[in-house]
Design a binder for this molecule. Sequence first.
Ligand code: PRP
Ligand code: URA
Length: 209
Amino acid sequence: MGNVTITNHPLIQHKLTLLRDKNTGSKEFRALVSEIATLMCYEATRDLPLKEVEIETPMAVAKTKVISGKKLAVIPILRAGLGMVDGMLTLIPSAKVGHIGLYRDPETKKPVEYYCKMPNDIEEREVIVVDPMLATGGSAIDAIGQIKQRNPKSIKFMCIIAAPEGLDALTKAHPDIDIFCANLDERLNEHSYIIPGLGDAGDRIFGTK
Ligand code: PRP
Ligand code: URA
Protein backbone atom coordinates (compact mmCIF):
# COMPACT_ATOMS: atom_id res chain seq x y z
CA MET A 1 0.00 0.00 0.00
CA GLY A 2 1.39 3.43 -0.98
CA ASN A 3 1.58 6.24 1.54
CA VAL A 4 -0.25 9.56 1.42
CA THR A 5 1.92 12.44 2.67
CA ILE A 6 0.49 15.89 3.28
CA THR A 7 3.48 18.20 2.76
CA ASN A 8 2.25 21.04 4.95
CA HIS A 9 5.53 22.82 5.68
CA PRO A 10 4.83 26.44 6.75
CA LEU A 11 6.47 27.82 3.58
CA ILE A 12 4.20 25.64 1.45
CA GLN A 13 1.09 26.68 3.41
CA HIS A 14 2.00 30.36 3.03
CA LYS A 15 2.57 30.06 -0.72
CA LEU A 16 -0.63 28.02 -1.09
CA THR A 17 -2.61 30.85 0.53
CA LEU A 18 -1.23 33.28 -2.07
CA LEU A 19 -1.98 30.77 -4.82
CA ARG A 20 -5.63 30.42 -3.80
CA ASP A 21 -6.24 34.17 -3.80
CA LYS A 22 -8.39 35.10 -6.79
CA ASN A 23 -6.46 38.39 -7.05
CA THR A 24 -3.17 36.57 -7.75
CA GLY A 25 -2.34 37.07 -11.44
CA SER A 26 -0.78 34.54 -13.82
CA LYS A 27 2.82 35.72 -13.43
CA GLU A 28 2.81 35.33 -9.64
CA PHE A 29 0.65 32.19 -9.87
CA ARG A 30 3.21 30.48 -12.12
CA ALA A 31 6.07 31.44 -9.80
CA LEU A 32 4.20 30.10 -6.76
CA VAL A 33 3.31 26.78 -8.45
CA SER A 34 6.96 26.34 -9.35
CA GLU A 35 8.20 27.22 -5.84
CA ILE A 36 5.70 24.86 -4.20
CA ALA A 37 6.78 22.09 -6.59
CA THR A 38 10.42 22.61 -5.51
CA LEU A 39 9.50 22.43 -1.83
CA MET A 40 7.36 19.33 -2.39
CA CYS A 41 10.10 17.71 -4.48
CA TYR A 42 12.37 17.95 -1.43
CA GLU A 43 9.87 15.77 0.48
CA ALA A 44 9.14 13.38 -2.39
CA THR A 45 12.84 12.59 -2.87
CA ARG A 46 13.50 12.00 0.83
CA ASP A 47 13.87 8.23 0.28
CA LEU A 48 16.46 8.41 -2.52
CA PRO A 49 19.19 5.90 -1.71
CA LEU A 50 22.71 7.09 -0.91
CA LYS A 51 26.10 5.47 -1.23
CA GLU A 52 29.28 6.28 0.64
CA VAL A 53 32.19 7.91 -1.20
CA GLU A 54 35.50 9.40 -0.11
CA ILE A 55 36.49 12.90 -1.12
CA GLU A 56 39.34 15.16 -0.10
CA THR A 57 38.39 18.38 1.62
CA PRO A 58 41.15 21.02 1.91
CA MET A 59 41.70 19.57 5.40
CA ALA A 60 41.34 15.78 5.26
CA VAL A 61 39.72 12.80 3.56
CA ALA A 62 35.99 12.67 4.32
CA LYS A 63 33.77 9.61 4.06
CA THR A 64 30.57 11.15 2.77
CA LYS A 65 27.47 10.38 0.71
CA VAL A 66 26.08 10.89 -2.78
CA ILE A 67 22.80 9.78 -4.35
CA SER A 68 23.44 6.28 -5.67
CA GLY A 69 22.71 6.72 -9.34
CA LYS A 70 18.90 6.59 -9.26
CA LYS A 71 17.40 7.66 -12.55
CA LEU A 72 14.32 9.84 -12.27
CA ALA A 73 11.63 11.04 -14.65
CA VAL A 74 9.14 13.83 -14.05
CA ILE A 75 5.87 13.41 -15.95
CA PRO A 76 3.50 16.40 -15.94
CA ILE A 77 -0.15 15.89 -16.82
CA LEU A 78 -0.79 18.60 -19.43
CA ARG A 79 -1.51 21.38 -19.26
CA ALA A 80 -1.40 22.41 -15.61
CA GLY A 81 1.29 19.89 -14.61
CA LEU A 82 3.73 21.79 -16.84
CA GLY A 83 3.73 24.54 -14.23
CA MET A 84 5.44 22.20 -11.76
CA VAL A 85 8.24 20.91 -14.02
CA ASP A 86 10.82 23.69 -13.64
CA GLY A 87 10.40 23.65 -9.89
CA MET A 88 11.11 19.90 -9.85
CA LEU A 89 14.13 20.22 -12.15
CA THR A 90 15.60 22.85 -9.84
CA LEU A 91 16.33 20.03 -7.39
CA ILE A 92 16.69 17.08 -9.79
CA PRO A 93 18.21 18.65 -12.93
CA SER A 94 19.22 15.36 -14.53
CA ALA A 95 15.67 13.95 -14.48
CA LYS A 96 14.12 13.30 -17.87
CA VAL A 97 10.68 14.74 -18.62
CA GLY A 98 7.80 12.78 -20.18
CA HIS A 99 4.48 14.37 -21.11
CA ILE A 100 0.97 13.05 -20.92
CA GLY A 101 -1.83 15.18 -22.35
CA LEU A 102 -5.29 14.78 -20.81
CA TYR A 103 -8.20 17.12 -20.45
CA ARG A 104 -11.42 16.66 -18.53
CA ASP A 105 -14.44 16.59 -20.81
CA PRO A 106 -16.64 19.36 -19.37
CA GLU A 107 -19.79 17.27 -19.81
CA THR A 108 -18.71 13.80 -18.67
CA LYS A 109 -15.87 15.01 -16.36
CA LYS A 110 -13.90 12.02 -17.72
CA PRO A 111 -10.29 12.41 -18.93
CA VAL A 112 -9.63 12.44 -22.68
CA GLU A 113 -6.05 11.59 -23.73
CA TYR A 114 -4.51 13.61 -26.59
CA TYR A 115 -0.74 13.22 -26.18
CA CYS A 116 1.80 10.84 -24.68
CA LYS A 117 5.60 10.97 -25.02
CA MET A 118 7.75 9.16 -22.46
CA PRO A 119 11.54 8.87 -22.03
CA ASN A 120 12.54 5.77 -24.00
CA ASP A 121 14.43 4.32 -21.01
CA ILE A 122 11.43 4.74 -18.69
CA GLU A 123 11.81 1.11 -17.54
CA GLU A 124 15.01 2.16 -15.75
CA ARG A 125 13.46 5.20 -14.08
CA GLU A 126 11.58 6.18 -10.93
CA VAL A 127 8.70 8.34 -12.07
CA ILE A 128 7.13 11.34 -10.33
CA VAL A 129 3.80 12.34 -11.96
CA VAL A 130 2.89 15.97 -11.31
CA ASP A 131 -0.41 17.84 -11.60
CA PRO A 132 -1.49 20.70 -9.30
CA MET A 133 -5.07 19.42 -8.93
CA LEU A 134 -6.55 16.04 -7.94
CA ALA A 135 -10.33 16.54 -8.22
CA THR A 136 -12.34 13.41 -9.15
CA GLY A 137 -9.02 11.62 -9.65
CA GLY A 138 -9.97 10.60 -13.21
CA SER A 139 -6.98 12.30 -14.88
CA ALA A 140 -4.38 10.98 -12.43
CA ILE A 141 -5.84 7.46 -12.46
CA ASP A 142 -5.81 7.38 -16.25
CA ALA A 143 -2.31 8.91 -16.57
CA ILE A 144 -0.82 6.52 -14.02
CA GLY A 145 -2.53 3.59 -15.79
CA GLN A 146 -0.87 4.63 -19.08
CA ILE A 147 2.51 5.04 -17.40
CA LYS A 148 2.27 1.65 -15.65
CA GLN A 149 1.92 -0.05 -19.04
CA ARG A 150 5.46 1.17 -19.79
CA ASN A 151 6.88 -0.51 -16.65
CA PRO A 152 8.83 2.21 -14.82
CA LYS A 153 10.65 1.11 -11.66
CA SER A 154 8.23 3.02 -9.42
CA ILE A 155 5.63 5.79 -9.58
CA LYS A 156 4.90 8.64 -7.18
CA PHE A 157 2.13 11.19 -7.65
CA MET A 158 2.47 14.80 -6.53
CA CYS A 159 -0.34 17.36 -6.49
CA ILE A 160 -0.77 20.68 -4.72
CA ILE A 161 -4.47 20.40 -3.80
CA ALA A 162 -6.46 17.17 -3.51
CA ALA A 163 -10.18 16.63 -2.95
CA PRO A 164 -11.11 13.76 -0.61
CA GLU A 165 -13.08 12.16 -3.48
CA GLY A 166 -10.03 12.16 -5.77
CA LEU A 167 -7.63 10.92 -3.12
CA ASP A 168 -9.99 8.08 -2.27
CA ALA A 169 -10.43 7.12 -5.93
CA LEU A 170 -6.68 7.28 -6.66
CA THR A 171 -5.64 5.20 -3.65
CA LYS A 172 -8.25 2.58 -4.60
CA ALA A 173 -7.26 2.49 -8.30
CA HIS A 174 -3.49 2.52 -7.67
CA PRO A 175 -2.88 1.37 -4.09
CA ASP A 176 0.83 0.81 -4.81
CA ILE A 177 1.88 4.44 -5.42
CA ASP A 178 3.05 7.05 -2.92
CA ILE A 179 1.04 10.28 -3.04
CA PHE A 180 2.20 13.74 -1.96
CA CYS A 181 -0.18 16.67 -1.68
CA ALA A 182 0.18 20.07 -0.02
CA ASN A 183 -3.44 20.22 1.17
CA LEU A 184 -6.52 18.04 1.36
CA ASP A 185 -9.46 20.37 0.67
CA GLU A 186 -13.11 20.03 1.70
CA ARG A 187 -15.00 18.62 -1.27
CA LEU A 188 -15.95 18.85 -4.94
CA ASN A 189 -18.77 21.05 -6.14
CA GLU A 190 -21.46 19.97 -8.64
CA HIS A 191 -19.06 20.74 -11.54
CA SER A 192 -16.32 18.61 -9.96
CA TYR A 193 -14.25 21.68 -9.03
CA ILE A 194 -12.40 21.62 -5.74
CA ILE A 195 -13.85 23.71 -2.90
CA PRO A 196 -12.25 25.97 -1.73
CA GLY A 197 -9.49 25.03 -4.22
CA LEU A 198 -7.99 27.69 -6.44
CA GLY A 199 -10.18 27.56 -9.54
CA ASP A 200 -8.94 26.20 -12.86
CA ALA A 201 -5.20 25.65 -12.46
CA GLY A 202 -4.45 25.45 -16.21
CA ASP A 203 -6.31 28.68 -16.95
CA ARG A 204 -4.62 30.50 -14.07
CA ILE A 205 -1.13 29.32 -15.09
CA PHE A 206 -1.53 30.12 -18.76
CA GLY A 207 -3.90 33.09 -18.47
CA THR A 208 -6.51 31.51 -20.71
CA LYS A 209 -9.53 32.80 -18.87
C1 PRP B 1 -7.27 19.79 -14.48
C2 PRP B 1 -6.12 19.45 -13.58
C3 PRP B 1 -6.12 17.95 -13.59
C4 PRP B 1 -7.59 17.63 -13.69
C5 PRP B 1 -8.09 17.22 -12.34
O1 PRP B 1 -6.92 19.69 -15.81
O2 PRP B 1 -4.91 20.02 -13.99
O3 PRP B 1 -5.41 17.39 -14.67
O4 PRP B 1 -8.26 18.83 -14.12
O5 PRP B 1 -9.40 16.80 -12.43
P1 PRP B 1 -9.83 15.28 -12.19
O6 PRP B 1 -9.09 14.82 -10.98
O7 PRP B 1 -11.32 15.38 -11.98
O8 PRP B 1 -9.48 14.49 -13.42
P2 PRP B 1 -7.95 20.09 -16.98
O9 PRP B 1 -8.73 18.90 -17.41
O10 PRP B 1 -8.71 21.31 -16.58
O11 PRP B 1 -6.98 20.40 -18.20
P3 PRP B 1 -5.88 21.56 -18.35
O12 PRP B 1 -4.76 21.27 -17.37
O13 PRP B 1 -5.45 21.39 -19.77
O14 PRP B 1 -6.53 22.88 -18.09
N1 URA C 1 -9.23 21.12 -12.27
C1 URA C 1 -8.84 22.33 -11.81
O1 URA C 1 -7.98 22.98 -12.42
N2 URA C 1 -9.43 22.80 -10.70
C2 URA C 1 -10.35 22.11 -10.01
O2 URA C 1 -10.84 22.61 -8.99
C3 URA C 1 -10.75 20.85 -10.51
C4 URA C 1 -10.16 20.38 -11.63
